[in-house]
Design a protein around this ligand. Structure first.
Ligand SMILES: Nc1ncnc2c1ncn2[C@@H]1O[C@H](COP(=O)(O)OP(=O)(O)OP(=O)(O)O)[C@@H](O)[C@H]1O
Length: 311
């Protein structure tokens, strides 16, 4: 049974269709990526899933039952993109305050906070004030306060924003560990490359509508273009054949080829083997989520936001 099901959710702000008839479900134990450009409707969706906003129409089921914010909220940890911390409070006190709001008893909360502070190398911050934290430090504090009560569903809105590569990796590892221990994680971002590394399942939204969903693997397979990278000797002459078209010749003498309709990778290999040309490597090139997204919304402002030249 899905942990979370969204059925035909709609949310308008005046005439702005922020979420326009979106449905999807999230299976337990998955790391689920909610993707889309700025203004796509991700935060509005998350606010409905966490009970901060009511949908104008549609329904949300949590563990198969209609979602009840008052009852279910203890099983949810939500890290919003914006900072939701009290600036004048000390870090340790703040973490304790939020943990108790989530229903943890004081001694248990203190024990867990200490454990997490050690794990994330935050022990020395206990008596610092929130206002003295950098953006990345407060992001770490928000992460700890989100996961401390061991929620079943963890919702992270742009969790890596403001974090340097070392801290991003620390948080990423913790996300993997939480999922391994059985938590379900919804991870919202406009940074597609992060999702490829982290998520099992994705939903892509644009202008309030779902434009794609599935596992990262399925989605990439669906959009693949029969491109392969072949590593050859430096003195191999370049040629097309009826089996493939050479799309690009790289400086390292590898080729990017597109296999023609009706042929298979084995036909490409046979082409070289029959001519006694050594092959050093042979690898399928799958599109990145960024490229898939651009393909889907080509020509729109959202596509331009993601346009880049693949390496
Ligand atoms: N309180 C509001 N009043 C009016 N319009 C809003 C409000 N909040 C969001 N919107 C609009 O709804 C749409 C969806 O916004 P939302 O914040 O959900 O997008 P998002 O995908 O989270 O974007 P980002 O990646 O920039 O955070 C946008 O067009 C936004 O301008």
């Amino acid at each position: 049974m899905a942990l979370l099901e969204l059925h035909n959710l709609k949310k308008y702000y005046a005439t702005q269709k922020a979420v326009d008839d979106i449905s999807f479900s999230v299976e337990p134990g998955t790391i689920f990526g909610l993707l889309g450009p700025n203004g796509a409707g991700k935060t509005t969706l998350l606010r409905m899933i966490t009970g901060i906003l009511y949908p104008d129409s549609g329904s949300i089921l949590f563990k198969g039952e209609p979602f009840d914010a008052m009852k279910d909220v203890e099983q949810i940890g939500y890290m919003p993109e914006e900072r939701g911390l009290y600036k004048k409070m000390k870090i340790g006190e703040h973490a304790l305050y939020l943990a108790q709001l989530k229903g943890l008893e004081k001694n248990e909360a203190l024990r867990l906070i200490k454990e997490w502070f050690i794990k994330l190398e935050m022990q020395s911050w206990w008596n610092k004030k929130v206002e003295d934290l950098s953006k990345g430090m407060s992001q770490k504090l928000q992460f700890v306060t989100t996961v401390l009560h061991d929620p079943k569903l963890i919702i992270l809105d742009e969790p890596f924003s403001g974090l340097d590569p070392v801290n991003s990796n620390i948080i990423k590892e913790e996300i993997f560990k939480l999922a391994k221990r059985g938590a379900t994680i919804i991870f919202s971002t406009h940074r597609m490359e992060q999702v490829e590394e982290i998520c099992d399942q994705i939903v892509l939204v644009n202008k309030g509508q779902k434009i794609l969903d599935g596992s990262v693997k399925e989605v990439k397979q669906q959009f693949k273009q029969n491109l392969f990278k072949i590593g050859l000797d430096s003195n191999t002459s370049l040629e097309n054949s009826n089996v493939f078209e050479v799309i690009k010749e790289n400086e390292d003498h590898s080729l990017i080829v597109k296999i023609q309709q009706g042929y298979t990778p084995n036909d490409v290999l046979l082409h070289y083997i029959n001519q006694n040309i050594p092959i050093h490597s042979f690898q399928e090139i799958l599109p990145s989520l960024n490229e898939i997204f651009i393909q889907l919304v080509e020509g729109t402002p959202a596509a331009r936001q993601f346009q880049h030249i693949p390496a």
